[in-house]
Design a protein around this ligand. Structure first.
Ligand code: HEC
Ligand code: HEC
Length: 341
């Protein structure tokens, strides 16, 4: 045997990890209870090729996000409902639009939104760029005409010069949407106790939270839908919450999609109530208990409900799951309000 071959052999014996994929081994060896369906949250959200995230674009998007000029009556901004001190959600079940009309869906948090592949509770927008113009034009939200908005922003020299620098163009709807999307992609929360646990820090979770993790990934079946870095599979399910809102079917018109909603991320979930697409539950333990009390098997029009039936399992498990869910809160994104031009 040559000296190099011997060295390689020795290294393989001493550090067998080299023989396998480094990431997987590091996680498995440090935390034997790791679950491959879950993953730490990356620190940067991916951006599409035609809208790279740049500091100047993010700064512009932040101003637009906070600017009431984006609404018809110049009284309401995105931040009126997506409040920075509420993790860019609002803390109420239903908010009101500019004309005082009450919305029927719960405001989603914009923190970590850049990691989803579809947007809104029913997934009707395919990108953040596509999403952004929705609330601006919606009569029940910001009630703004896009031609008007372009005129208004073109009359503000501070905006015109920034759009020129960032896009080489005057303010228009396409670039307004791109800047808003770029800003929202920077709203990423920092590592939570759960992420530290996934990366091998056994002490990051309390004994109760560890039991909750076992249940979440095992008997309670939560991980079947709440998986990946967001703890959402991005798919749509009928959880038997209400039959008033057609959910996904409003977008697809398929009977099979009735009352289906996108699995929400569970990151920071302890701080983003009320819960569910309609804000039905004010507290987190009500959501978790729901599965333990059992839902009906079908809707009144005979469609199967996807919620797991945990009614045979111990109600004590709710407390363990709660402890685990609380470990999913990371540091909120850094935030200083913008100065508007
Ligand atoms: C009047 C309150 C209100 C205003 C103003 C508002 N939103 Fe929302 N936002 C909501 C509600 C309610 C939803 C959920 C709607 C749905 O699913 O149909 C939502 C959903 C979203 C989502 C989807 C998040 C996800 O998880 O898929 C994004 C992104 C978003 N809003 C960004 C914005 C931006 C950008 C603006 C400003 C241009 C804005 N919102 C203005 C209430 C508001
Ligand atoms: C079949 C897929 C599926 C399973 C299994 C599942 N969930 Fe969900 N979960 C969803 C969907 C979909 C919603 C939103 C339902 C709605 O709004 O109508 C949701 C909502 C939630 C919410 C509210 C989040 C928010 O921001 O409003 C929490 C908390 C939650 N689930 C925790 C759990 C826990 C804990 C388990 C295991 C006991 C679990 N889920 C099992 C799909 C699932």
């Amino acid at each position: 045997m040559t000296r190099t071959k011997l060295l390689v052999l020795l290294l393989l014996i001493v550090c067998p990890v080299w023989a396998e994929e480094p990431n997987v081994v590091a996680l498995n060896s440090a935390t034997p209870k790791m679950d491959h369906r879950l993953a730490p949250l990356p620190s940067v959200a991916p951006a599409p090729a035609d809208n790279p995230t740049t500091p100047a674009k993010v700064a512009l998007g932040k101003q637009l996000f906070f600017d009431p000029r984006l609404s018809g009556g110049n009284t309401m901004s995105c931040a009126s409902c997506h409040k920075p001190d509420r993790l860019f959600g609002d803390g109420v079940d239903w908010n009101k639009g500019e004309k005082g009309v009450t919305l029927v869906r719960n405001t989603q948090s914009c923190v970590n939104v850049g990691f989803y592949d579809s947007f809104f509770w029913d997934g009707r927008a395919a990108s953040l760029e596509e999403q952004a113009l929705g609330p601006i034009q919606s009569e029940v939200e910001m009630n703004q005409n896009l031609d008007e908005l372009e005129k208004e922003l073109n009359a503000v020299p501070g905006y015109v010069s920034q759009f020129q620098t960032v896009f080489g163009e005057k303010p228009d709807r396409k670039n307004i949407a791109k800047a808003l999307a770029a800003f929202q992609r920077t709203l990423v929360s920092g590592p939570s106790a759960f992420d530290r646990y996934l990366l091998g820090d056994e002490k990051a979770l309390s004994a109760d939270a560890k039991k909750g993790f076992e249940l979440f990934t095992g008997a309670a079946r939560c991980v079947e839908c709440h998986n990946g870095p967001l703890l959402s599979d991005g798919k749509y399910y009928r959880m038997g919450i209400s039959e008033e809102d057609l959910g996904r079917a409003e977008h697809t018109s398929e009977t099979e999609d009735r009352y289906r909603f996108r699995t929400p991320s569970l990151r920071n979930v302890a701080d983003t109530g009320p819960y569910m697409h309609n804000g039905l539950f004010a507290s987190l333990d009500r959501v978790v208990s729901l599965y333990y009390h059992g839902t009906s098997e079908t809707t009144t029009d005979g469609l199967a409900i996807d919620a797991p039936d945990l009614s045979e399992q111990s109600l004590d498990d709710v407390d363990y799951l709660m402890a685990f869910l609380k470990s999913l809160s990371g540091t909120p994104p850094d935030f200083t309000p913008p100065v508007l031009p």
